[in-house]
Design a protein around this ligand. Structure first.
Ligand SMILES: [Zn+2]
Length: 300
């Protein structure tokens, strides 16, 4: 262990991050002993900790060791995603289950599901979720931004910034553009209120000086792709299983996209009532699922 305790700190962290990414469980296990004082939660340039890297690559044994040695599952990376968000985004079931059962996460999850989602610029305005009229008005406001998902994959727009660097932007849709898809049975989730998306108000019918608007996530899996393509031909789905794809989004866009995706994924997992097994339906603007069976004990 001498070589580990005397090696420069940065080198050790780089090595820990590499082992966590690649799932070298035995090596990580040896390293954590000597590294506790250096801080196992130290981050790389993208703000990722070893636990996030293990979560990203689905290495459940590595994640277990890191959690046992006190790694913080709540820390967000520069895109506002914590380790659970990352595991959920990449669909690593074992890591998701490990993190969900972590006592620290469970405690918070019991208080408020929304605490999972790390940092993003939206104010979640949780008091409005039960206000049906407010939600209805917000859905139709010209200041409102919709982001769309197909099979949990968000729609994005590839572009280049002023330096010619390739990047992705979230694809923002207005109520006018997307109203045809907002059917009664659609999964529509209120994400919060935040800065107006730059592409909003093309029609100029919003009130002057609006700098904020509501944001919603919509599952468009049942809408034919061609119908969406007609509205925004430049929009496409974020490439699946591409490790760089998320990094090409701005931290703000990635934070908002992760929040919507985590919530849609949550709804996807709880389609059936845990009490009676009947189907459930979305309630409170996407923050609750309720059983559809009359008299079910879960409704009391
Ligand atoms: Zn039930």
């Amino acid at each position: 262990m001498d070589s580990i305790s005397t090696a420069p700190r940065d080198q050790l962290l780089t090595e820990l991050h590499r082992c966590a990414s690649q799932g070298e469980t035995a090596h990580v296990s040896r390293m954590v002993q000597g590294m506790r004082k250096l801080g196992l939660d130290s981050r790389n340039e993208q703000g990722w900790t070893a636990l996030m890297l293990a979560a990203r690559n689905g290495h459940v044994d590595v994640a277990k060791i890191l959690l046992q040695n006190g790694c913080d599952p709540f820390l967000p990376n520069k895109s506002g995603q914590n380790s659970l968000d990352i595991a959920e985004f990449w669909d690593h079931t074992e890591v998701i289950n490990l993190l969900r059962n972590d006592p620290q996460i469970k405690e918070v999850a019991n208080k408020d599901l929304v605490n999972f989602f790390g940092l993003n610029p939206l104010d979640r305005q949780s008091h409005q979720r039960t206000n049906k009229q407010w939600i209805k008005d917000a859905m139709q406001a010209p200041t409102t931004t919709y982001i769309l998902y197909r099979d949990l994959n968000p729609y994005i727009i590839p572009s280049e910034d002023s330096n010619g660097t390739f990047q992705y932007n979230l694809a923002a849709y207005s109520f006018k553009e997307i109203s045809f898809a907002l059917k009664e049975e659609a999964s529509i989730i209120f994400l919060g209120v935040g800065p107006l998306h730059p592409s909003m108000n093309k029609d100029g019918d919003m009130q002057e000086n609006s700098s904020e608007g509501a944001w919603f996530a919509v599952d468009v899996t049942s809408i034919p792709s061609e119908d969406l393509q007609k509205i925004k031909p430049e929009a496409e789905m974020l490439p699946k299983r591409n490790r760089m794809a998320l990094m090409l989004l701005s931290p703000v866009d990635a934070g908002i996209i992760s929040q919507g995706r985590s919530m849609l994924a949550w709804h996807d997992r709880y389609k059936f009532c845990p009490t009676c097994g009947a189907s459930t339906t979305m309630a409170e603007a996407g923050y609750k699922r309720v059983c559809t069976k009359e008299g079910c004990r879960s409704l009391k």
